[in-house]
Ligand binder design. Sequence first.
Ligand SMILES: [Zn+2]
Length: 274
Amino acid sequence: MVVDTMTQIELRFIEIDSAAFIAWVAILIYYRPMTITAKALNCPNCGAALPQRAIKADLGVCEYCGTTFRVPKTLTPEPDMGDLMLGADFGSKIIPGWEVVNEDMLSFHKGNPSELRGNFKARYNTYYVFKSSGFLDDFDASISMQFTEGDLEIIRAGFYPRYTHEEGGYAVFVSAQASYNVGYYVKDKNNEIVWETLIPWTYHTALRSGLHVTNRLRVICSGEKFRVYLNGVLATSFKDDRFKRGRLFFAVAPTEKSDLGIVLSDLQLREVLR
Ligand SMILES: [Zn+2]
């Protein structure tokens, strides 16, 4: 009969609807725990998977082992910044707290941020760009740098933490091809300053390669503990006790094979948080 057929058709629609509904519920049930896991909700102590309700604001509490922990907002967190001890206005050649070196190769540009631009001719020795006016022991120093000229495979620039001309000190260089290295200068037995490598040239995925791209170098020295962050991502952490204090220099190394152009901005010297 016609009516019966209609009813059957309607029933089949209802069947399809409820099947779709059950499928939906299944998908929701299946994916919901995965979503929570994707929010990194595993106890950092015992590894137990925790429900969303275990998190209040950014604090997590493990209901299995009782550990309380901060839930990181990112997988590449940076340590909090301490108070600013000394910044730098690169808008004029008088920069309170810092001494510029090789001033004839530099130009000073007001703006937000102000910029220190340098153009250096090829030569074997590194050029100093600026240095702190006094010794610095523990600090959190950071600067934004952008190469503007030079052979990408050669040019490099970076901080010399705890450096003195008499004894040497550390150096952290960033290249224009997304790599960095760490070492120190020290006097050899002939009383000449020589380079010793702590970390050889290493590529780092957080660095940007090429000219006219900005990279931020952050070096934290706290006692004998050192940490280097590149564009906000931890590159290395190590201990060394060779140099305890010195000036903080910024240096560029064009080498004898290439000229070097650089733009520096947003120099910050901060207190180390413990
Ligand atoms: Zn736990």
